[in-house]
Design a protein around this ligand. Structure first.
Ligand SMILES: Cc1cc2nc3c(=O)[nH]c(=O)nc-3n(C[C@H](O)[C@H](O)[C@H](O)COP(=O)(O)OP(=O)(O)OC[C@H]3O[C@@H](n4cnc5c(N)ncnc54)[C@H](O)[C@@H]3O)c2cc1C
Length: 568
């Protein structure tokens, strides 16, 4: 079923007109509060908006005086003794648990504060339709992410063809059309603003593409087998003075130096940085801005030989986003080894063991664990408060690494619509739909991947907003309506019938969604020291890379679980 032209109802038009006259842009979102469900919810005749997905009050118990006191009192006895403990059930933690099982340590247990594992890659559903709460795609892994490829092969997403090459199962690749851009009143294919033949804009596109291609080609010049200059995971790339220089300046400064100032190119790059890193070119390093392209598919200017429409451009995605992957990572653990609703309060690396105190948040009960070995897969802003490594230098590295990181808050909104939106024509509705110049990052159609053409339950659109750190405190508000309003007013520029179609908005807030790759983070000595820690307490999280993607988190988990482990 394709998008249909819908005529706004007269009542809606009248009300919209009245609201505009009164200067009350949010008039369509007003109503009473309903706390019966235990979660703040606000209902209007048309649209209900509510917070879902995570109970930030759970994590904030780490700031609570009574909870902190329990850490300094004797821990409950007897302790539960296990072979290995993994703290945090995001991608990195689940990959570490898989690593332990693969090496024969079946007695591995994961402690996760939320009710579901997956961390930033969890899923949700509305009206029976699956949708993401966070991460939503995984590009085809490159050669340096070999652990990811091996696992994808194990679960059937990559297959070996007759020539022995790994090829993707196309049913899980993003269906066409993949992306489109709302630009100057119409939808165009791809995400790059159009550029006329011979225009200065097209010339800048080509110049930027050339710079990316030269940087990517650096390793080829060094010969076969040399590590590439840009790789995923990033610590497997070769480092050089040129890369260190790029990491020492902001992307905006580099673009200025290169005289790449076309507004459309800048707007596109701004979108790319906010989309991948949660902050724009004025904040992230030039290394990060270029890594976005150079570590994957390059930058494809129209008609360019590095056109990005090749196979590396393909991405795996599912209606529930990367929750499809984390559900499969978590599945072998079962409820016996995956302990959800467990807040890790304290971790002490001791002689011959790692002692952990957790709080079962559902039962309000403390649990004392003793593990032969442990992997801390918590974000570093949490780990710095709860983890006490034995070695003084690792303890110092944890504090220094956490102090070096800043995190972007994010908002993810799932909008349940009774029917597809009216489309203004131009490029056809795609999986990823971006609005040029918008504050938000556009929306993904969670139902795009469904094989059935019939959508009896309507559709779900997932809108993403990377926020400024100054907006973090406002995310804690009980009332989700101002945020729902922000999401609606962002998308309705391209879809005037949006408010008529939306049945409910479920909002997920992330106070610390992802580390922002600011200048100076790549090869930061403290982050490297944490990655290199090989005692009985080790670290794994995307934070170790200074930015957050699946490949970084998964590889960090695999590496942390690798033997040998201390025996004494
Ligand atoms: C909105 C959003 C969209 C994204 N989109 C993509 C995408 O499309 N593709 C992509 O590759 N990446 C994406 N990312 C990046 C994503 O963060 C990584 O891909 C990956 O999921 C990070 O995994 P992690 O295990 O390193 O961290 P996390 O997901 O942060 O996992 C840490 C885990 O520790 C738990 N935890 C924290 N404190 C405690 C405690 N005290 N006790 C117990 N448990 C605790 C958390 O609940 C969480 O489950 C996105 C991120 C966000 C926020």
């Amino acid at each position: 079923m394709g998008p249909r032209a819908l005529r706004p109802r007269r009542r809606q038009l009248l009300r919209a007109g009245l609201a505009a006259t009164a200067g009350v842009g949010a008039a369509l979102l007003c109503g009473c509060s309903d706390r019966g469900s235990g979660r703040a919810a606000f209902r209007t005749r048309e649209i209900e908006a509510r917070w879902v997905g995570a109970e930030h009050a759970r994590g904030h118990r780490l700031r609570d005086a009574a909870t902190l006191r329990s850490v300094h009192e004797p821990w409950p006895a007897p302790a539960r003794r296990v072979g290995a403990l993994v703290l945090g059930g995001g991608v990195a933690g689940l990959a570490a648990a898989r690593g332990f099982i693969g090496q024969g340590t079946e007695d591995v247990h994961v402690l996760e504060v939320e009710d579901t594992a997956g961390g930033n890659a969890r899923g949700h559903s509305m009206a029976g339709l699956a949708c993401p709460l966070g991460a939503h795609y995984l590009p085809l892994p490159g050669p340096e992410a070999h652990e990811v490829s091996e696992w994808l092969h194990e679960i059937g997403l990559l297959r070996t063809d007759a020539a022995g090459r790994l090829v993707p199962d196309e049913r899980h690749l993003c269906h066409s059309p993949q992306e489109r851009l709302y630009f100057e009143g119409q939808w165009v294919e791809g995400l790059l603003p159009p550029a006329a033949p011979g225009s200065p804009r097209l010339a800048q596109y080509h110049r930027f593409a050339g710079r990316v291609a030269t940087l990517r080609g650096g390793s080829r010049a060094r010969g076969a087998g040399a590590a590439p200059a840009f790789a995923l995971p990033s610590h497997r790339a070769a480092w050089s003075a040129e890369l260190a220089e790029l990491d020492g300046m902001t992307f905006a400064a580099w673009l200025g130096r290169e005289r790449l100032d076309d507004p459309a190119l800048r707007s596109y790059l701004d979108y790319c940085c906010r989309d991948d890193y949660g902050a724009g070119p004025g904040v992230v390093s030039a290394w990060a801005g270029l890594h976005y392209f150079a570590s994957r598919h390059g930058f494809g200017a129209p008609g360019d030989e590095h056109d990005s429409s090749g196979p590396r451009d393909a991405v795996f995605t599912w209606p529930e986003g990367n929750a499809w992957l984390t559900a499969r990572l978590a599945q072998p653990l079962g409820s016996e080894r995956l302990h959800t609703g467990h807040l890790v309060l304290a971790v002490r690396e001791e002689r011959g063991q790692v002692a952990v105190l957790s709080l079962n948040v559902r039962e309000g009960r403390l649990q004392h664990w003793q593990a032969a070995v442990a992997v801390c897969a918590l974000p570093l802003f949490v780990a710095r408060h709860v983890v006490a490594p034995a070695a003084v230098e690792v303890r110092a590295a944890l504090q220094q690494a956490a102090a070096a990181l800043t995190y972007a808050p994010w908002l993810v909104a799932n909008l349940h619509l009774d029917k597809p939106l009216f489309d203004r024509g131009g490029a056809a509705p795609a999986w990823d739909n971006v609005l040029h110049g918008s504050r938000g990052l556009g929306y993904v159609d969670a139902t795009h991947q469904m094989l059935s053409p019939v959508r009896p339950g309507g559709i779900v659109l997932t809108a993403y907003h990377a926020l400024d750190s100054a907006e973090r405190a406002a995310l804690l508000a009980d009332d989700p309506r101002p945020w729902a309003e922000r999401v609606l007013s962002d998308i309705e520029v391209a879809h005037p019938d949006l408010r008529q179609r939306v049945q409910r908005i479920d909002l997920m807030r992330y106070g610390h969604a992802m580390a922002v790759p600011r200048p100076g983070l790549q090869r930061h000595p403290a982050l490297q020291a944490l990655r290199a820690a090989r005692g009985r307490l080790r670290f794994a999280h995307a934070d170790l890379a200074g930015y957050s993607v699946f490949e970084e988190a998964f590889t960090a988990g695999c590496e942390a679980a690798l033997p040998p482990w201390p025996t004494a």
